[in-house]
Design a protein around this ligand. Structure first.
Ligand SMILES: Cc1cc2nc3c(=O)[nH]c(=O)nc-3n(C[C@H](O)[C@H](O)[C@H](O)COP(=O)(O)OP(=O)(O)OC[C@H]3O[C@@H](n4cnc5c(N)ncnc54)[C@H](O)[C@@H]3O)c2cc1C
Ligand SMILES: *[C@@H]1O[C@H](CO)[C@@H](O)[C@H](O)[C@H]1NC(C)=O
Ligand SMILES: *[C@@H]1O[C@H](CO)[C@@H](O)[C@H](O)[C@H]1NC(C)=O
Ligand SMILES: *[C@@H]1O[C@H](CO)[C@@H](O)[C@H](O)[C@H]1NC(C)=O
Length: 231
């Protein structure tokens, strides 16, 4: 009974905290600057052409467009927000293993024979992945020579648009308690920090269970300087 009550208390604390916490990313962004490639003028000039609008391409395109550069982004797939069923959290596996011609994910086998999946749509991997988010660890930033203050600013930039505190259901709470009881310590609570122990990190699913993707970062773009094309 003691354990059960502890579970219930934890669940209500998490739900309460989440309800009153800040969920930044509850609305899909405005994509009016996306065009079909066939509507292209015959000749146009750009400072940068980015191929692939995934986890890397979206923030890069958005940033360049705000630094006085004219940017063209080419993407082979459509928008993840075109089908509200596929971006539901409970449909994550179905979306990932979907083998239909218009699937968000494409099966591939790596050079050393490992079968896997890769995304083929706007948002890239963030539109089909598990959606787990945390910040890089300090020692890693040092290793790659990235300024810590700049990295923190960048993390906040991303988190503001697409990362949420997850809604902890009963089974997540059970796993969490199990880890703590098995001695995976300390108990870090909710944190984006890449640290040892047990913790709850961020997710790209909002509290309504809808996925957000790197495409949301285009909300930072200067629409006058960016052109998105679906091939
Ligand atoms: C199943 C799964 C689960 C994962 N879970 C997590 C997780 O929980 N947390 C986490 O942080 N990471 C996770 N990852 C990893 C993460 O999603 C990737 O590391 C990340 O998306 C890679 O970013 P990228 O920009 O390099 O490539 P992508 O995000 O894959 O973007 C590449 C883009 O290029 C496009 N493209 C490819 N070829 C062409 C072409 N010829 N012409 C035009 N466009 C093209 C694709 O359609 C795609 O949009 C997961 C990955 C997978 C597959
Ligand atoms: C979307 O953005 C365009 C400008 O890029 C604007 O004209 C349009 O009104 C916006 N639509 C909505 C629904 O906000
Ligand atoms: C959306 O995706 C679901 C699941 O893959 C599929 O059953 C449904 O037909 C799709 N809807 C549209 C309008 O394409
Ligand atoms: C985390 O644990 C590993 C393995 O025990 C250890 O090598 C590492 O230094 C720890 N990291 C931190 C930040 O405590």
């Amino acid at each position: 009974m003691g354990l059960k009550w502890r579970f219930l208390t934890l669940v209500s604390v998490v739900v309460f905290a989440n309800f009153h916490g800040h969920n930044h990313a509850d609305e899909a962004p405005n994509y009016s600057f996306i065009q079909e490639a066939t509507s292209d003028p015959q000749v146009s000039f750009y400072d940068y052409i980015i191929i692939g609008r995934g986890a890397a391409g979206c923030p890069l395109a958005a940033t360049l467009s705000t630094r006085d550069a004219k940017v063209l982004v080419l993407e082979r797939g459509g928008s993840p927000y075109s089908n509200t069923t596929k971006i539901r959290m409970e449909n994550f596996i179905t979306t990932l293993i979907d083998r239909s011609p218009d699937s968000f994910s494409q099966a591939l086998v790596s050079e050393d024979g490992v079968p896997g999946k890769r995304a083929r749509l706007l948002g890239g991997g963030t539109a089909i992945n598990v959606g787990f988010y945390l910040r890089g660890e300090t020692s890693f930033l040092e290793l790659i020579g990235l300024d810590e203050a700049f990295a923190r600013e960048s993390y906040e930039w991303v988190e503001k648009k697409l990362v949420n505190k997850p809604v902890s259901l009963e089974w997540q709470s059970a796993v969490r308690n199990g880890l703590l009881e098995a001695g995976v310590l300390p108990d870090n609570g909710f944190t984006y920090a890449h640290i040892n122990g047990t913790k709850t990190s961020g997710t790209v699913f909002d509290r309504k269970g809808n996925r957000h993707t790197a495409a949301d970062l285009l909300g930072y773009a200067d629409p006058r300087r960016i052109r998105m094309e679906i091939l």
